[in-house]
Design a protein around this ligand. Structure first.
Ligand code: ZN
Length: 237
């Protein structure tokens, strides 16, 4: 008498493959959200760095503007003293002071201009970052909605497959049921039934003893590969 478990086990493998595929889909859907979250976190980090840079530059600008103001005041006073200088020594001392002050003022002015440019750049970057985050919030919400719908569909399909699986499981002998449960775990639901190809197990290419091959073709008992333990069938169609 032909073994009735084999066709049912083959059906179960087909169902398990479909469940496996759906679970894989669910993982991919979740990865879409993970990817967006990573991008958002990166931009948030960049934004707060830009904001810190802006504060630093603004503080530095204030400091340098104050320094410039003091130097200009000093120069004004030296100019006045210079006009009223009485002795040659006084004139020379003031000339030296003014000569030293001028490049310091020029340097400071250049540094202030550079800082102002830096501040402008920073402000543009901050605006960009804020716009990105605002846009990505909407995009994330849209994608989340889409992803949740996709996950719902896949989960629904899985529950349908599981019900179908239960009906096949009820038809199995206890031996076949035990084999199915064990192999399902071991092979993570995929390829736990395989067939013979040129006298070898197609799952692991183990050369099967001829008496085993004969028994598989007779199809009376459930036979497993001595090497990988997969259930063996003559063909998978
Ligand atoms: Zn094998």
């Amino acid at each position: 008498m032909q073994n009735t478990d084999i066709p049912n086990l083959l059906e179960l493998q087909k169902i398990e493959n479909k469940i496996h595929e759906r679970n894989h889909n669910i993982e991919s859907h979740k990865k879409r959200i993970d990817y967006i979250n990573i991008q958002i976190d990166k931009r948030k980090e960049l934004l707060s760095k830009n904001e810190e840079d802006l504060e630093t530059q603004k503080t530095e600008l204030k400091h340098k503007e104050k320094m410039l103001f003091n130097l200009e005041e000093k120069k004004k006073k030296s100019d006045e003293h210079y006009k009223m200088a009485k002795s040659q020594a006084q004139v020379e001392a003031l000339e030296k002071e003014l000569k030293d002050l001028t490049p310091s003022i020029e340097n400071l002015e250049n540094e202030i201009l550079e800082l102002l440019d830096g501040i402008d750049e920073c402000e543009i970057k901050i605006k960009d970052g804020q716009n990105f985050l605002k846009g990505s919030k909407e995009t994330k919400e849209e994608i989340e909605k889409e992803v949740n719908e996709d996950i719902y569909d896949d989960e629904h399909a899985i529950s349908v497959f599981q019900k179908k699986e239960d009906t096949y499981l009820e038809l199995l002998s206890s031996e076949a049921k035990g084999l199915f449960e064990g192999l399902k775990k071991r092979y993570k639901s995929t390829e736990f039934i395989t067939n013979i190809e040129n006298g070898k197990c197609k799952g692991c290419f183990y050369m099967l003893p001829s008496h085993l091959v004969e028994s598989i073709y007779r199809g009376i008992n459930i036979e497993c590969c001595p090497s990988c333990q997969r259930i063996l069938t003559p063909g998978l169609d």
